[in-house]
Ligand binder design. Structure first.
Ligand SMILES: C[S@@+](CC[C@H](N)C(=O)[O-])C[C@H]1O[C@@H](n2cnc3c(N)ncnc32)[C@H](O)[C@@H]1O
Length: 158
């Protein structure tokens, strides 16, 4: 994401928030953003699964939920998708990823069902025949009253 922003004519105007629990990874992202002149990108070393992390965070136009859902229980995946409207402007977009999983079915379809159930319209879904990754893009149709309860937990990695 950082090189994409840095290469875009309006990239330095984009306000971005990156959340990562691992201090080494978040430190690397922070240094990279700085070296690319992306002064409006804020990298925080925090627990993205804790609702309180979002207390001072404004509503986003674009949310990237990549490399997350495949590490969660089904209940946590659905809880997280249900909470996303509380973090977004109506009409905002989520870009998400999920591997197909190891079993017979494709677990990314559970995530698609979750987005459909919680007020999102699927704009795109990529399922390459020769690869296990899937990418979805879903738009929040309208505000739906979702809110984050103080102290609540959205997800924890398995
Ligand atoms: C599969 S990686 C995905 C990284 C990146 N989003 C990507 O797509 O390349 C999952 C990342 O989530 C981080 N992580 C795990 N639990 C987290 C949490 N509760 N809050 C924030 N980050 C977490 C891990 O440290 C790891 O860097």
């Amino acid at each position: 994401m950082l090189p994409v922003l840095a290469a875009h004519p309006a990239g330095t105007d984009v306000r971005g928030l990156l959340l990562e629990l691992d201090p080494e990874l978040s430190g690397r992202a922070r240094r990279t953003a700085g070296s690319m002149g992306l002064r409006s990108v804020d990298v925080r070393t925090v627990d993205a699964g804790a609702a309180d992390t979002y207390r001072d965070v404004g509503r986003a136009h674009i949310v990237l939920a990549c490399g997350v859902f495949g590490n969660l229980s089904d209940a946590d995946m659905r809880r997280t998708v249900a909470a996303l409207p509380a973090l977004m402007v109506p009409g905002g977009i989520v870009i998400w990823t999920r591997g197909r999983g190891l079993g017979a079915g494709d677990r990314s379809d559970d995530v698609r069902d979750g987005f459909a159930a919680y007020g999102f319209l699927e704009l795109a879904f990529v399922r390459p025949e020769d690869a296990r990754f899937r990418v979805g893009m879903s738009r929040l149709r309208k505000a739906n009253g979702a809110r984050l309860e103080p102290g609540a937990r959205l997800f924890q990695f398995l």
